[in-house]
Each structure stands twice: as C-alpha cells, then as structure tokens.
Write a new protein. Structure first.
Length: 341
C-alpha cells in the first residue's frame, strides 16, 4: 500500500543530505522526454531554493526539441566515463524521476545503482523501484503531477515558495507531454486540477503546446506531403501503407525524426484499422512502424513478423529485402490477419 504523499514528502525531506556540500543528484530516464526533464529540473531548482546543492544527471545534452525549456546549464551535469567517479564522490542522495531502475538511465545508471541513498518518484506501473523510499502512482498521467504534489508538501513544511513561474512551466511541460496535451486516456480530473494550479503560478500552456506538438520545419512538411500522397489503401480502406525512402529524405532535406507522426495521420483515416509506414534505414534495414485501432492488435501482428510493441503501437524490421517487396509482404500479411480475426 502506497503511503500518502504527505508522509512520503516528510520522509524524503529528512532523508536529504545533512551535509549541504553533498549533492542531490536527480536522474531522469535515458532518451529524455518533456516529463522526465520537466520533473527533474523543477526538483533541482526547488532543492536549490531550500539551500541544497542539486543537479540533473544526463548522459547527453538536452535535445534541440526541448531547447525551448531554456534550462540553465548549471542545473545539469553530463555524466561520462571520465567524470563519473568525481560526480559520484559528490553524491549525497540519488533521486530517480519518471523511472525507477538504473538500467533505464543509460550511461548515468551506474551512479544511481551504486548510490547509498536512493529515492524514486515515478508513474510507470511496471516499475520495480531500486530505492528505500519510492512513490509510484501508475494512474498519474505524468511524473510532473506527482512532483508538484511533493513540492507543495515541502512548501508547507519549509514555509518557502518552491514552485514559481520557472518550476511551474517545467512541470506543465511534463503534464502536456505525457497527457498528449490533455487528450490521452491517462488524463484525469486531477490532471486538470494540478494544471490549473500551475497556470495560476505562471505556467504557459500555449507556447509549450506549440513547441511540443506543432512546431515543424520545411523539410518535414515536404516529407509528410510526399509520404501522404504516395499512401495506398487496401482491404476496403482498412489498411493504409506508405513508404519513406532514403531518396525522399534527401530530396526534402528532412531532419532526423521527421517521419514521426506520419503513421498517426494514416491511422486517423476513418476507415483505417491498421496503418504502416516503411522506412529505409542505414545498412539496408527497413523499419516498419504500425499504429492500429480496436480490432487490430499491433503487438500480436508485429510478433508474426519478428517485432513487438503495444496493442495500438508496434514495430518490426527486415534486412536484405527491397522496400517495395517488403511493403507487398506486409500488406499480404495484414490482409490475412484481418481475415483471421
Ligand atoms: Mn513520464
């Protein structure tokens, strides 16, 4: 049984390093997203207001798509094999956010795994926390919501304002990212209540939504246009397929990751049950992204082709096969799957 946030917050508070020269090191998961960065940065900033030294531990710099968050460099630390020992020697407490296990933290994992004192705040149900103190709520849409609850408890016990505009903005980015701007199934009444409080503290929703979901570039728009006009429908419009060749990437000058989102547009076509985007990668690999609706289990289907994933989103790949030939094979298998189910 999970203790209340009030109890948890006071236990973590008394677990913070008594020697304030020792650092609270905050660990997000690898391949960072808005939720883990927003949560980690808000926590570090709040801890500093309380007089603690604290930093976010990263394996690589914050990616350009999150640069709009304007996180001050001095809140961050990139852990490398060269500086790992020095960083570890400063550690007073290891605090994992939006993940619970060292193996999810990439190159930073060692610093967490070896820690003497560990705390976890997470919203992943599958989590098996490697920590003495853990607060895991799988129903929370984002980790940022849990962090806001924690920081509010600390505001009461310390009498200090810990969530001002900057921290509120960071936490709002987390909520908007993980709730799909308040549209995914994980969105709850409490998600809106917390978001409302963050807005009252100065958080901006409009700019965050633009940068997180809408901002694009010429190459990406051109690539999407090409991919969509080449799309083909099969099985009375229930299957949608398109291909992205290296040639298309070159012609449109599309940046890395520009193909993201195309498969969702195909899936959203009213008649479509399963959408597939085939993409030519380095080394002759063809990677297939699959998104489905009720009545087509993406994970089950992907498994038949050596891949895997979730019920509504899955992937698989092949090597040494022409993209057109592989597309034909995927279509044939998908049509056969529809016949069977
Ligand atoms: Mn998250």
């Amino acid at each position: 049984m999970q203790e209340t946030m009030n109890e948890f917050a006071s236990r973590v508070f008394s677990y913070l390093p008594t020697d304030k020269r020792k650092e609270v090191q905050v660990f997000p998961h690898a391949r960072v997203d808005g939720d883990c960065v927003g949560t980690a940065v808000a926590l570090v900033s709040a801890l500093r207001k309380l007089g603690y030294s604290a930093r976010v531990m990263l394996e690589v710099a914050i990616p350009p798509r999150l640069s709009f968050m304007n996180v001050p460099e001095d809140l961050l630390n990139i852990v490398t094999t060269e500086n790992e020992e020095e960083i570890f020697s400063r550690q007073g407490l290891a605090f994992a956010v939006d993940c619970s296990e060292g193996h999810r933290m990439g190159a930073c994992g060692n610093c967490f795994i070896r820690a003497e004192k560990k705390v976890v705040v997470d919203h992943h149900v599958s989590a098996s926390p490697e920590a003495e103190l853990a607060y895991v709520d799988g129903k929370s849409a984002s980790c940022a919501e849990l962090m806001f609850m924690l920081l509010k408890e600390w505001e009461v016990s310390s009498g200090k304002a810990l969530v001002d505009k900057f921290e509120a903005d960071c936490l709002m980015v987390g909520i908007q990212s993980d709730s799909g701007r308040f549209s995914y199934e994980n969105t709850r009444p409490s998600t809106f209540r917390i978001a409302a409080e963050l807005m009252e503290r100065g958080a901006n929703v409009t700019d965050n939504a633009y940068h997180l979901f809408d901002e694009t570039c010429e190459g990406k728009v051109l690539l999407h246009g090409m991919a969509m006009s080449n799309m083909k429908l099969y099985a009375d419009g229930r299957i949608a397929v398109t291909k992205i060749t290296s040639d298309m990437m070159e012609k449109t000058n599309a940046p890395e990751g520009a193909a993201d989102g195309i498969v969702n547009v195909l899936r959203d076509i009213d008649t479509v049950l399963a959408a597939f985007v085939l993409r030519e990668n380095e080394g002759g690999e063809i990677r297939v992204n699959c998104r489905t609706k009720e009545g087509f289990d993406a994970a089950e289907f992907a498994q038949t082709l050596g891949g895997g994933g979730h019920r509504r989103a899955a992937g698989f790949s092949c090597k040494n096969m022409d993209i057109d030939a592989f597309a034909e094979k995927v279509v044939a298998e998908a049509c056969a799957y529809l016949e069977r189910t």
